[in-house]
Write a new protein. Structure first.
Length: 95
């Protein structure tokens, strides 16, 4: 039986806390291969670089998509960064 490849995206600590039980359940199933895509504040020092707190035992792989924002108050820069995350995420989902 082929394993289902399931990608889960998380962009901040609060969201990850909500996804954690789901990741545990999916990872416990032999029929699922879980990939966690991490971006947003998880990768920013200003927000604690929380990617280090992610439980790697619950996922088969973790992919990082950096958030390229130098000033979160600049709306155009933020939109361009979100667009980049979607493009890179689409590429990862296609694999």
């Amino acid at each position: 039986m082929d394993r289902r490849k399931i990608a889960v995206f998380t962009g901040n600590r609060a969201e990850y806390g909500l996804l954690n039980p789901l990741l545990g359940e999916l990872s416990s199933r032999a029929s699922c291969e879980v990939c966690l895509i991490v971006s947003g504040s998880h990768l920013l020092d200003d927000f604690g670089n929380t990617v280090c707190e992610i439980d790697t035992s619950m996922v088969q792989s973790i992919r990082k998509i950096p958030l390229c924002v130098t000033d979160a108050n600049k709306k155009v820069e933020l939109l361009l960064s979100c667009s980049s995350i979607m493009q890179q995420g689409a590429y990862m989902f296609s694999k």
